[in-house]
Design a protein around this ligand. Structure first.
Ligand code: WTA
Length: 673
């Protein structure tokens, strides 16, 4: 196996300039200077962000750009008032985009020729009207007030952005739970947010089948009730027409709620201040409990606006498509809020990339003349197994920027993406960021008029106004080409405000590691810088997996398994996978009286599916051991289990309690690999 780091180092001097950009290239030195000028002192940094903030709409301008009086609780644009719903709808109409298409939605089902059966083109005016109607309904019929949190468990249908904007309009907040999560995961998130209203749909089309969603909500609500939390209303959007159970006094159809509300009601858009937040989004951490990343209004908006301009170079005639699910941060920021607040036309697709065949995305790019495309490396690696012709038979020449996100992209996948989707002329970057950063942190910046040369697999540079570093364990910078811990060294507008209801954990998780050195945001990733200063993120440094770009905490997987009556202990690590990046590899110790068997594997997978959902369960590898390798103090040595799975040298094992467990793990691994 080639060492992934060596593989990347080969690319350090592989400078690629798309031909149409050849006269618009930064000298790396000049770009460094440009960035340094912004970062050189507080005044220039504030001026830079203020320039972006001045381009968006505010009910009231800020008094202060950055309040850092209580680190690490940074607040941006203090005293300013704005609202994401206003930015995404009202303000667009004011700028003359009333009849411009905001969202092109394509449903999954196709006719016999492979043409989509349902396409909805939603203008900014439609968006305005629909979100106003919903806001009115929520307020007048269900009594939703400012600051209330609603949970959405919804598929990729236009009603999801409608509800998002409706909630923002009222100054209420949303917590969106990815619709691939299980009832249990959903219940935990409903209860943590204290949501009394859940919005869902009957089902959704996926790979030609109807996947029911409502039953999962029913189950989640039951769990909530058992735990003493009451969900008062479940709003159901009719999508797939599948049969569902109905609870008279709790369930209500979206259509019926809106029936008597006219198309032109208007609800005042509540100005939100910078101490306010816009939404929470739960994400995995290294302990079992998911963390509610709490995002701001003004800072978040400015960050998205600036990245839509710098990274995406968004223009009025662009057709922009991000293939993520809105249930993840990528969808929040770059399907809904970012594109809409910049007046873009954003594509939303309901279904699977390989339905009715693997050419679906390419067909859609041709159908709508997509100019900007954003997807995950896993998807690219899946597509690249097919002959290029599968995709190039469609017209992909409109694409001018094609980026990826979610996990490292290997140079081979990058090259394929550049060649096939980018027709050897598009700007291609692996944009690095995370749920907590709110928006993109690194990339290339066609929107600044010039780009730094591309390199296959790189994450490019931190966006001007943000700086990063790679540290060793003690917080000293690591030299170029060496692996270290990836940190962000200064606050940025899109950063999370805190963890919902858990400020201590916020300080601890993100700022604890280098506390003695100052306020450095610890990302949890490994990275290296190259001699030119390009960033190369290598993967997670902690117990978090990225499975097909989905973020999964190993502790969550373990506690899910241990909740099965046959399981005494479980340890989950990542096993590298050619397509998915990583898959969960789980070592299970059974309780006395239970025997390993294929049936037990299926039983545990079933359990995993019902507790964690299909993303984790479908790829999980389960194997059995009698003991797990532990330190003398009883901590599971996941590092060893990982090394076994990677066929690597085990390194220092002097703290290991007994090496029997390692031998066992090796044998168990042979069975599943
Ligand atoms: C990983 C997704 C390498 C990284 C927006 C990070 C990446 C985690 C990249 C956050 C990239 C994201 N190259 N790794 N371009 N983008 N990651 O919160 O490990 O789902 O810490 O946010 O994804 O995942 P999250």
């Amino acid at each position: 196996m080639t060492d992934p780091i060596e593989n990347l180092k080969k690319e350090f001097e592989n400078y690629i300039v798309p031909p149409s950009w050849k006269d618009r290239v930064w000298e790396i030195e000049d770009f460094r200077k440009f960035r340094e000028d912004i970062l050189k002192d507080r005044e220039s940094l504030e001026k830079w962000w203020e320039k972006w903030a001045n381009e968006i709409f505010w009910f009231k301008k800020w008094d202060k750009v950055l309040d850092d009086s209580n680190p690490p609780f940074y607040r941006w644009f203090i005293g300013g008032e704005t609202n994401l719903a206003y930015l995404c709808a009202d303000w667009q109409i004011e700028q003359g985009r009333k009849n411009k298409v905001a969202i092109i939605w394509e449903g999954e089902p196709v006719d016999e020729k492979g043409e989509p059966l349902e396409v909805r083109k939603i203008t900014y005016y439609d968006l305005y009207r629909e979100s106003n109607r919903i806001a009115y309904m929520l307020k007048e019929k269900l009594g939703v007030k400012k600051d209330e949190i609603l949970t959405f468990y919804m598929p990729m249908i236009p009603e999801l952005p409608f509800y998002m904007l409706a909630v923002q309009r009222l100054g209420a907040k949303h917590s969106i739970v990815f619709s691939g999560f299980s009832a249990e995961a959903l219940a935990i998130r409903i209860m943590d947010a204290g949501a009394r209203i859940v919005v869902t749909s009957d089902g959704v089309y996926r790979r030609g089948k109807v996947v029911p969603l409502k039953p999962i909500v029913d189950e989640a609500v039951k769990i909530c009730e058992r735990e003493g939390h009451k969900v008062e209303k479940v709003i159901v959007v009719k999508r797939a027409g599948n049969e569902i159970s109905w609870y008279e006094d709790r369930d209500v159809w979206h259509d019926e709620l809106l029936e008597d509300i006219s198309g032109n009601v208007e609800v005042e858009c509540v100005p939100l201040g910078s101490e306010d937040f816009s939404f929470i989004l739960y994400t995995s951490g290294t302990t079992g409990r998911p963390k509610g990343a709490q995002h701001s209004v003004g800072g978040y908006a400015v960050h998205l606006y600036a990245t839509m301009k710098m990274i995406w170079d968004i223009q009025d005639d662009d057709i922009y498509w991000c293939t993520a699910d809105i249930g993840w941060i990528t969808g929040h920021s770059y399907i809904v809020y970012g594109p809409l607040m910049t007046g873009a036309t954003s594509i939303m697709y309901e279904g699977a990339p390989n339905y009715p065949d693997i050419g679906r995305w390419a067909a859609m790019i041709e159908r709508y003349g997509v100019t900007i495309f954003y997807t995950a490396p896993t998807a690219i690696r899946m597509l690249m197994r097919e002959p290029e012709e599968t995709f190039t038979k469609y017209d992909l020449s409109t694409l001018r920027i094609v980026n990826s996100v979610g996990e490292p992209i290997n140079p081979e996948a990058w090259n394929w993406y550049y060649k096939v989707f980018g027709h050897n002329d598009a700007v291609v970057t692996s944009t690095w960021w995370m749920t907590e950063t709110g928006g993109i942190i690194t990339g290339h910046f066609p929107g600044l008029g010039k780009i730094t040369p591309l390199k296959p697999g790189t994450n490019g540079f931190p966006i001007p106004g943000i700086n990063v570093a790679v540290f060793d364990d003690d917080g000293n910078p690591v030299e170029p080409g060496k692996r270290g811990y990836y940190v962000i060294t200064n606050p940025w507008p899109g950063m999370l405000m805190t963890l919902f209801k858990d400020p201590e954990r916020y300080i601890d998780v993100y700022f604890g590691k280098y506390k003695s050195k100052g306020w450095y945001y610890y990302t949890g990733d490994f990275a290296m810088l190259d001699p030119d200063g390009y960033v190369w993120v290598l993967g997670r440094a902690d117990d978090i997996l990225k499975v097909a770009g989905h973020r999964i905490g190993t502790a969550e997987v373990e506690s899910a398994l241990v909740s099965h009556s046959a399981v005494a202990e479980a340890a989950c690590v990542g096993k590298s996978d050619e397509i998915k990046g990583e898959v969960p590899l789980i070592y299970v110790v059974l309780k006395k009286g239970y025997e390993p068997s294929d049936e037990m594997v299926s039983e545990l997978k079933k359990h995993l599916r019902s507790t964690m959902g299909p993303v984790v369960a479908s790829d999980a590898l389960i194997t059995f051991v009698d003991t797990l390798p532990k330190t003398r103090s009883g901590k599971i040595m996941r590092r060893l289990l990982r090394a076994v799975a990677e066929g690597k040298d085990l390194g220092d094992i002097t703290t290991l309690e007994s090496d029997v467990a390692v031998e066992e793990a090796k044998k168990a691994y042979e069975i599943v690999k």
